[in-house]
Design a protein around this ligand. Structure first.
Ligand SMILES: [Zn+2]
Length: 286
């Protein structure tokens, strides 16, 4: 997940978790053309709280799914968020930082908002695209040890990034596809994102993924409450809208390909079996 709203404006802090004991220089603060949207000051996550949050998230995943999912969940989440951070820093939103949310996941937050919707799309897709890198060590350990449990880790990394591409607020997919739909018609974005959000919440309840369902329900609810649907930035041109859609589809295909590769190697039974196994997970096959 990425948060395109601006955080604090402090160029002296650079790390994704922020530097410690580094008071904001007021001159630098004043010289930065910060675009404050909601006015929340956010000095970066307290390192202790970040560790506690990470431990809580890992503990929950371990308890629910096993150790390899806990490991893949944390590594996958951090690499995913770091992808957002790299993009934010590169595209004028930095310095960005990672926040770990207990039991739920994480978010990357830049010091400034995206200067245009196009930048917002690129930052949103950077998480899932870069996040796939986290699958490499799991494939590598499987290749060395031959233990298929590591393929489950690689599969989970792909799944995390694929799920984040779901076009439901507050997931990355809604920030990547939303501006494209709004380019066609503002109401289309609203209707589509809320519709998909409701579907995913229902799917989460059906699958017993209650935490995911509550998380997404809160996201959908906050979007319903929010008055200004679109941030006040340069909208996508038609070319950028086409490029956004293309990048979204390519990123989604890459996530699916990594996940299906891991699943096919795990079942040892080819692509068809991998598709069936994945479909079973999503409740689409029995
Ligand atoms: Zn993300």
């Amino acid at each position: 997940m990425s948060d395109l709203r601006p955080g604090p404006t402090n160029p002296a802090k650079v790390g994704p978790w922020g530097a410690v004991g580094d008071p904001a220089p007021s001159a630098a603060r004043a010289s930065t053309p910060a675009r404050r949207v909601d006015g929340d000051e956010n000095p970066g996550q307290n390192p202790v709280w970040a560790l506690v949050s990470t431990a809580l998230l890992a503990g929950l995943l371990w308890w629910l799914m096993g150790w390899v999912y806990a490991l893949a969940g944390i590594v996958g989440l951090l690499v995913h968020e770091y992808g957002h951070v790299l993009a934010m820093n590169r595209l004028g939103m930095g310095p960005a930082r990672i926040y770990i949310i207990p039991f739920l996941g994480g978010a990357a937050k830049g010091a400034r908002g995206a200067a245009s919707e196009w930048i917002g799309v690129l930052v949103s897709l950077a998480g899932p695209a870069f996040g796939l890198i986290a699958a490499i060590p799991f494939f590598a350990v499987w290749a060395v040890t031959g233990d298929p449990v590591w393929l489950q880790g690689a599969w989970f990394v792909a799944l995390i990034n694929l799920l984040n591409l779901a076009p439901a607020p507050p997931l990355d997919g809604s920030r990547a596809l939303g501006p494209v739909l709004a380019r066609v018609h503002p109401l289309l974005e609203k209707a589509a994102l809320l519709g998909v959000g409701v579907l995913i919440v229902l799917w989460g309840l059906e699958r017993g993924a209650y935490i995911l369902a509550v998380f997404l329900a809160l996201g959908v609810f906050s979007h319903l409450r929010r008055g200004a649907w679109r941030p006040d930035t340069a909208p996508l041109s038609w070319t950028q809208a086409g490029a956004s859609l293309g990048l979204f589809l390519v990123t989604g295909a890459a996530c699916a390909a990594v996940g299906l590769t891991a699943m096919a190697l795990y079942t040892g039974d080819g692509l068809a079996a991998a598709l069936t196994a994945s479909g079973r997970f999503f409740g689409l096959a029995s």
